[in-house]
Design a protein. Structure first.
Length: 420
């Protein structure tokens, strides 16, 4: 169990960290303040403030977030009538506002009657020390201490998300999924080096024959090279596999180069259902190449192959929706249990696959996801003006509602599948 938990935290943690770092990096480059960079959700375990950003580690290893100034649910828990404590600098400007019940520093007590932490930068209220209502100027880089004790920098207009150019905002929103794609490629390259070699997809040489398979019964052997299928020349392994997959209605004729010269084989592929389609299989595996370039290229070719599989699965999901075709944190935990027993290559393979899935999923144009934000950016690009904030808020709330309901349903279905 401990190994499974550690594997789950590693897999989920590295994917979330890389995804959120994409948003974080491009926000910073665009002049947008990242108020909080959080790994995990729920109660805070640890926090540190550095260079205008508060970095937090939270209890539940089920995600993370980058809290950008002026974006989404970024608000300050400050309201009129609230009792706070102010810490001033030598010039008399507020450098810290404590809204928590914890006496984190000695300061000036204040009952807030008015404030503006975006434009005019002031806080006003009834102050026993000053005997009456007093207005204090607030420093541009002042901190606000939230209810749980987390120190977050205030967010004036000039460092908010909307202050960035449209192209910069589009890059900020795309950067998370982009980093997931990059992570997938890099992990697959690392896997290729750890394995010592990768399937040679540019060759049609047989690297292995499955026992009791159609190929073995027909006499095909490791090292044989298939030249043509039903008279059609095959140049690479993908062409070969595609031709055999499509051979579901009878025997196929293979021209094969063996160690004794060219020879013809006639065999009937075993037909299996894959998704909604029937495909033919004969039980052969590609040869292995150990070249440096092949290992590097494997990261890109395998990512593309996995991407096509994901889009096929998405199409299947749309045409025939079922909760059993989806998986949430519970399903990921159960898979982590299996891959933890198989070693690092299996763990890296699972991480790469999950990273790609999360990257593609986040680009679905639902308002709560990165794809939804990009859709709003495209609307602004085409219409030359942003969507009305009220309408955007409604769409975002609908998107969040749909995602929450879907997550609850998927999680319950996973619990029922694996534990009941």
């Amino acid at each position: 169990m401990v190994k499974t938990v550690l594997t789950f935290i590693f897999v989920f943690g590295i994917i979330v960290l890389v995804h959120e770092f994409g948003h974080y990096y491009f926000a910073k480059k665009s002049g947008v303040m990242v108020r909080e960079f959080a790994i995990g959700m729920g109660p805070k375990l640890f926090s540190i403030h550095k260079n205008s950003t508060t970095y937090t580690l939270r209890l539940l290893p089920l995600g993370g977030y980058v809290r950008m100034a002026g974006l989404g649910e970024d608000t300050d828990d400050l309201y009129k009538g609230m009792n706070v404590t102010l810490e001033l600098d030598d010039a008399g400007r507020v450098k810290k506002i404590n809204t928590s019940d914890k006496n984190l520093f000695q300061g000036i007590p204040l009952e807030v009657t008015d404030f503006d932490l975006q434009d005019q930068l002031f806080i006003e209220g009834n102050c026993p020390v000053e005997e009456g209502q007093t207005r204090f100027p607030v420093d541009h880089d002042a901190l606000i201490v939230e209810k749980d004790g987390t120190e977050i920098q205030i967010a004036p207009k000039d460092v908010q998300y909307d202050s960035a150019k449209l192209g910069q905002r589009m890059m900020i929103n795309f950067a998370g999924p982009m980093n997931n794609f990059i992570l997938t490629i890099l992990l697959l390259i690392v896997m290729a080096f750890m394995q010592g070699g990768v399937p040679d997809m540019n060759s049609t040489a047989i690297g292995g024959v499955q026992k009791e398979s159609v190929a073995q019964k027909a006499g095909l052997q490791e090292g044989d090279k298939i030249l043509s299928v039903n008279g059609t020349k095959v140049e690479n392994w993908d062409d070969l596999v595609e031709d055999i997959h499509q051979s579901t209605k009878g025997p196929v004729k293979l021209e094969v180069e063996t160690n004794k010269g060219k020879k013809d084989f006639t065999l009937t592929p075993k037909v299996e259902k894959v998704g909604d389609e029937k495909q033919g299989f004969i039980g052969i595996q590609p040869s292995i190449t150990h070249s440096l370039w092949a290992k590097i290229r494997y990261g890109f070719t395998q990512t593309w192959s996995m991407t096509k599989q994901i889009f096929t699965a998405l199409k299947d999901l749309v045409t025939g929706f079922s909760l059993n075709k989806l998986g949430g944190p519970v399903a990921i935990f159960k898979v982590s249990e299996n891959v933890a027993k198989q070693g690092w290559i299996a763990i890296l393979s699972f991480t790469a696959m999950l990273s790609l899935n999360i990257g593609i999923f986040n680009l679905i144009p639902i308002p709560a996801l990165d794809g939804g934000k990009l859709l709003l950016n495209l609307y602004e690009l085409i219409m030359r003006k942003p969507l009305d904030p009220k309408k955007e808020g409604v769409l975002t709330m609908i998107g969040f509602g749909v995602m929450i309901i879907l997550m609850i349903l998927v999680t319950w279905n996973d619990l029922r599948r694996y534990f009941f």
